[in-house]
Design a protein around this ligand. Sequence first.
Ligand code: HMG
Length: 392
Amino acid sequence: MASDTAIGIHDLSFATTEFVLPHTALADHNGTEIGKYHIGIGQQSMSVPAADEDIVTMGAAAAAPIIARHGAEGIRTVVFATESSIDQAKAAGVYVHSLLGLPSATRVVELKQACYGATAALQFAIGLVHRNPEHRVLVIASDVSKYELDSPGEATQGAAAVAMLVGADPALVRIEEPSGLFTADVMDFWRPNYRDAALVDGQESITAYLQAAQGTWKDYAEQGGRALDEFSAFCYHQPFTKMAYKAHRHLLNYCGHEVDEARVARDLGRTTAYNAVVGNSYTASVYLALAALLDQADDMTGQAIGFLSYGSGSVAEFFAGTVVPGYREHLRTEANREAIDRRKPVDYAGYRELHQRSFPADGGEYATPSQTGGPFRLAGLNGHKRLYERRR
Ligand code: HMG
């Protein structure tokens, strides 16, 4: 048994949507001063799914390059984390398993706890690899963040998927023990089963996030974790990028550090580039922050990264990772930029139409308009069954 085996993230790939709505278009529509979006919440644009995209198509698009690079051998578990589930019973990962042609000798399951789910998936994956170091786990975090039109939350929508291959002797980031943990029963953000847009108490959600950040750090310190000064960067859950700054300042204060803005910028500045243009991708957000950091930072070999994962409701976890020598050869920087740059701008009317789309309630035969240029699409419905296609 391998309790001292290095385990962590061996590969990381992400996908986002066909369309993008610049915040300038939203501001023109609702008369908001653009500084509130660009500076106040730190967002430039948001990814908008096409009619034939969903968490499955994005999850498959994120995972396909990982299978292409490493093959499926050894992947005996797929964990799909999401809070924008498409079915109350069937795991979205089963569709992805099929679209990617993974072997039948695989366990597939879906996990949920708001934006925190992917971190639970990562930690459970590490446990499985500890049990058998030959085992590799495909973790997929895929979400569409949707709030009511003309609500304060609207500016913090977005959508993306991150896929991570978790295994022994990882090529990118080794995940360390201990973790700091925190759970509190709060109603800051939730989505009852009969709604497709989330309900949120915005200011309460910010307070809940800050309390959770403090609580999980307190536990992390009590478990014997690293000191704050040992970290070179921090990847926070970023519902909007300014939230990471609020949380980090809060943590520095809590730890009795001067809040020195140059230090805050050094700790966070390299982690926000993807989230600022994609928007809130819920479960994927903290790992998009990691992708941005690794893609943009100078050599981070051997450096420690702090991860703060928060999911409303609420559950949070703080943990550390160390960047592995040679990691730069395994990055997907060009593909990541291409995933962002290939999106087509949609105007406000087009975005609004996509936002209001829904499937026919009778679940009858229905063909989805062909809009995405991505490798997978949701072709339609028949007999309440979702029909997916792989194009390449
Ligand atoms: P709001 O009421 O529209 O905005 O809600 P505001 O009035 O609070 O302004 C936002 C910031 O912009 C403020 O800065 C303003 O001063 C500034 P702050 O005081 O916070 O530093 N501002 C300007 N700055 C420059 N130029 C200007 C200007 N005007 C104003 N002209 C809120 C904002 C985030 C609450 C809203 O968008 C919302 O409800 N979003 C959804 C909830 C959310 O994202 N919560 C975050 C924490 S909870 C979380 O992370 C979990 C989550 O991801 C879900 C999950 O776990 O599943 C959401």
